[in-house]
Write a protein that binds this ligand. Structure first.
Ligand SMILES: [Zn+2]
Length: 95
């Protein structure tokens, strides 16, 4: 569990907004028990956000692997908006 990187962080979101800090640290655990900084923009726990990002990255890598295409190519295809009527899988395979 990471410690807050800067102990001089504001202790409330309101104060963080006032001093334009991107993060703040309340000293309280999030609902998942992390003692972590929070993002001022969303109020979200940094560790929760990092874990969600890792899970998302894992899913992207797995999807590319399952489709049998290189990760870079999969990312490029995802960057282009898919037609609404097609499923993502069939659209990706048709490119
Ligand atoms: Zn958390």
């Amino acid at each position: 569990m990471p410690e807050p990187t800067d102990l001089s962080l504001p202790s409330t979101r309101k104060e963080a907004l006032r001093v334009r800090s991107t993060r703040y640290f309340t000293g309280l655990a999030c609902v998942h028990g992390h003692m972590s900084d929070r993002y001022t923009a969303t109020g979200g726990c940094c560790e929760c956000v990092n874990k969600r990002t890792l899970i998302s990255e894992h899913r992207i890598r797995k999807a590319a692997r399952d489709l049998g295409i290189p990760l870079k190519e999969y990312r490029n295809r995802r960057a282009v908006k898919a037609p609404r009527s097609d499923s993502l899988r069939s659209w990706l395979l048709s490119c």
